[in-house]
Design a protein around this ligand. Sequence first.
Ligand code: CMP
Length: 140
Amino acid sequence: MTTERTFSIIKPDATRRNLTGKINAKFESNGLRIVAQKRVRLTQDMAERFYGVHKERPFFKDLVKFMISGPVVVQVLEGTDAVAANRKIMGATNPANADAGTIRKEFAESVEANSVHGSDSLENAKNEIAFFFSEVEIVG
Ligand code: CMP
């Protein structure tokens, strides 16, 4: 068990429905601390670079369009085994496959509008955090 930091995005479908507080309550009640957070509107260039690993996927264009369709809340979450813990709290990418009680089961609208993004590895977490935050903005 190690204390880790992971990166999270509350996506436009969730900010549009005013769900930021309800989603944050899921993180906090499951042992993660929000140690950095800001609400931003991604530019097309930012969204394309952030999701660059999916560039060849058929859903890439629509994903970028969706991610710039409204504000997002970018966050750093800290806690024991935070990367895996957050993936459990979020639930499966497709809400149809998500377990009961997870964010995506309760709030997601579709596989694209799935309310949250979370890093899938510690290495990606480090890169994704650095994409949005400087060290002084992260307060543990
Ligand atoms: P996220 O965890 O942010 O990583 C990539 C995103 O692509 C994913 O969540 C979904 O929002 C989106 N997406 C859209 N269609 C698909 C798909 N068919 N398979 C996986 N991810 C998809």
